[in-house]
Write a protein that binds this ligand. Sequence first.
Ligand code: ADP
Ligand code: TRP
Length: 382
Amino acid sequence: MVRLCGGGCQGYFLFTLKVDRVPKLVHFTRLGSNAPVSQVRCATAVATAGSAACLAKGVTLLRVLSGIQPTGSLHLGNYLGMMRPMISYMDRSELFVFVVNFHALTSVTDSEKLSRGTLEAAADFLALGLDPDRCVFWVQSDVPEVVELAWILTCITPMGLLERCHSYKDKIAKGISPNHGLFAYPVLMAADILLYQSNLVPVGKDQKQHIEVTRDIAIKFNNTYGETFVIPEGEISDEIATIPGVDGQKMSKSYDNTIEIFLDEKTLRKKVMGIMTDSVPVDQPKNPETCNLFQIYRHFAPQDRVAEVRRLYLEGGAAYGTIKKELAAILWDYFRGPREKRETLMNDPEQIKQILRTGAEKARNIAKPTIELVRERVGIRY
Ligand code: ADP
Ligand code: TRP
């Protein structure tokens, strides 16, 4: 059976040819990023298949997948770098979002904390606007086939590929005593991505190398055992690649420099007022591009106000204290709806669990053909 599938979003388009259940990537390229989905899909269909007829048959949207660890309170970096872009894919792709609790085991040993964090991370996504009816939303461990795939991939992954990973090396440099899970982390991430035959993986810049590792593993598997996996692409937005924390380094739980989304008003204000700035006097010109405060402010303030404040930076007149107070108020307002929704959800954990169970069922149905094919390919059969 040969089936042609293709689609695109955000300027990407691709086609896969399915021969006996094996997705074979035929074409994957990038169009001008402003091309609307329908236009991209038409262009693809016509350019690749030479016929508009395939639009009617088997043309599907790009599959976009990403996950988040349930390892702490959600901060502005997570929101801008990963959650907001993911949620925006809901209407223009086949969206897969999940909470990666197996990955969290590499750093969390408090079982209560992990369990509570998993539910909270799910509530965060739902509160911020993820609609479980318009995507596949689940918890990683509810589809345990991913661990089986991770083991199979481990057996073709060269040690050197993992030894070169920055996030592993950085953690060791920080004095974290590495467990095998931390070393093998990228292979489990590859299994997450490949199990669902994902096309596009939006992540923050720090995860770019892990996507490259995933691609290397998938290519090696396909070369060794025959065409099996779609080779995914990472998507890292240049504009929000790295959101700075209050100290100017990358905002990260590991650096204790975060501004969490769901803080009470007083703590939020205190954190914002604590953003480090330089001591250039108010009336002197300043560089908005290198100012942590402005780099956070510009993502949340209305665009005309951002332009006005940018002008004050460049010409003189930007008062850090005033901008911080304004930012605190903007953030409090910006997350008002999600804050209320999150509270409602957390008061009804059964509702969250039901959503996750339904999502896991959908995810498992997609994962099953891949894992069966992989078993067949590598010889886990008799
Ligand atoms: P942390 O560094 O706080 O532990 P995670 O590693 O759990 O955050 O990141 C979860 C997601 O959020 C990833 O996709 C990551 O790339 C993104 N992300 C985290 N911090 C930032 C940041 N400061 N700027 C942009 N994206 C970020
Ligand atoms: N490693 C990612 C992070 O720390 C989380 C993650 C696990 C992930 N599996 C994934 C992200 C698959 C994208 C796709 O943020």
